[in-house]
Design a protein around this ligand. Structure first.
Ligand code: FES
Length: 159
């Protein structure tokens, strides 16, 4: 699974990053971003490590991680599929698109496929309403997506 391993190398890289910061006060959010890039998610072990290195209470870290939707405590797939469920996409049948992804991947929104390849999520407007309904796979945007396109979108990722 994508960057899932809680390897020593990742902890070392995180420690080096923290050590390179000129000021540790107020660095919590950048450190959490760095940790999520390294590990792919922010499990308890990583949160406790940060808590010790930055001398921040674990309740504060937990509060920040659960407040911001871009932080996740669950491992994510290599490909994160975000289906926009904002108004413009919703009225253009984004729900059908999401249901088709659920069917083909055999997971529900918020889950990751067993092989660790795909995570399915729903988003609010991503600012590309003219392309509704919109799907993002990692950083790539797909516009005017219909049910029939899903198989192709999934196949494209594994090539
Ligand atoms: S509502 Fe989907 S991009 Fe705006």
């Amino acid at each position: 699974m994508y960057n899932k391993e809680l390897s020593q190398a990742n902890f070392d890289a995180l420690e080096n990053y923290i050590g390179s910061l000129p000021e540790k006060k107020g660095a919590l959010i950048p450190v959490l971003h760095k940790a999520q890039n390294l590990f792919g998610y922010l499990p308890k072990e990583v949160q406790l490590f940060i808590c010790e290195k930055l001398d921040v209470p674990s309740s504060k870290i937990y509060g920040v991680v659960s407040f911001y939707s871009f932080f996740t405590m669950k491992p994510r797939g290599q490909y994160v599929i975000n289906v926009c469920m904002g108004t413009a996409c919703f009225v253009r049948k984004a729900e059908d698109v999401i249901k088709e992804f659920e069917k083909q991947l055999k997971i529900s929104v918020g889950e990751t496929s067993k092989d660790g390849l795909y995570t399915l999520e729903a988003l609010r407007c991503v600012g590309a309403c003219g392309l509704a309904p919109v799907v993002m796979v990692n950083d790539k945007i797909y516009g005017h997506v219909e049910k029939k396109d899903i198989e192709k979108i999934l196949a494209e990722q594994s090539n």
